[in-house]
Design a protein around this ligand. Structure first.
Ligand code: SAM
Length: 230
């Protein structure tokens, strides 16, 4: 059975996709997507030997060798040009996900949809999407095993559209859809972050004051204010 987090990612895979799951590890997601008929075929990419082997054996065990290619390599380098119509990258930091997309731009030609699940720093992905002509279409935030995850779905389009009529910087940090919806998990996440920033600000106040610490404290207070407003 797939985790709640990966099931949610799978919900966004369009039916009939040629799916590329990058950083696939055990290849649970592509196996599930093919079995459920969401993906016609899939590629599971892995850069590390251990997870690559575990993907290979999972695909074999599921009898899906003819539908899922397991490939070893860095990010989108495992793909042919114009191969994948849907790309999933899940379970890493937003910085790494953005870097994988940036380094593999030439492999996105056939991609109709990106489904990205950062564990932290979703803002870095939103910035990359804006800079590269991808429009956020949906966002999810969910909790599983006491961890909070975000899922961002994007398609080629008007990258600034989701931020229309709102504070763009706040949208980048909190997520334009998530900050509108404001569900319980969202509130929980940002209250927790706010407490963290408050602790840092208090620590700075107790220490030696320099220009640098003053700037850092001002930054924390601005973050706190913004979170309170949202
Ligand atoms: N995607 C799965 C999930 O969400 O459950 C696995 C997440 S696992 C924590 C992250 C995986 O990404 C690791 O197996 C790691 O080896 C792989 N990875 C990290 N950087 C990568 C890169 N540049 N290219 C391909 N895989 C990468």
């Amino acid at each position: 059975k797939l985790s709640k987090r990966l099931s949610k990612v799978a919900e966004y895979i369009p039916e009939g996709s040629i799916l590329a799951d990058i950083g696939s590890d055990h290849a649970y997601l592509p196996c599930y997507a093919v079995i459920k008929g969401k993906a016609k075929n899939a590629i599971a990419g892995e850069v590390v030997e251990g997870p690559y082997r575990s993907a290979l054996s999972q695909v074999k065990r599921s009898g899906l060798d003819d539908r899922i290619a397991v490939r070893k390599g860095d990010g989108l380098a495992v793909l042919e040009t114009d191969e994948a119509t849907c790309i999933t990258i899940a379970g890493m930091g937003g910085g790494l996900i953005a870097k994988i997309l940036e380094n593999g731009k030439d492999k996105l030609g056939a991609a109709r949809r990106l489904i990205l699940q950062p564990n932290v720093n979703a803002d870095l992905i939103r910035i990359w999407l804006i800079n590269n002509g991808w429009e956020l279409k949906a966002e999810e935030i969910l909790e599983e095993d006491r961890k909070i995850y975000e899922i961002l779905t994007a398609e080629k389009g008007e990258p600034l559209k989701p931020y229309d009529g709102a504070d763009k910087d706040a949208g980048i940090l909190f997520g334009p859809f998530l900050m509108k919806e404001k569900n319980d998990v969202f509130i929980q996440k940002w209250e927790h972050e706010k407490e963290h920033w408050e602790r840092i600000a208090a620590q700075i106040s107790r220490g030696i004051q320099t220009e640098e610490t003053a700037a850092r404290k001002a930054d924390m207070l601005a973050q706190i204010k913004r979170a309170e407003e949202v």
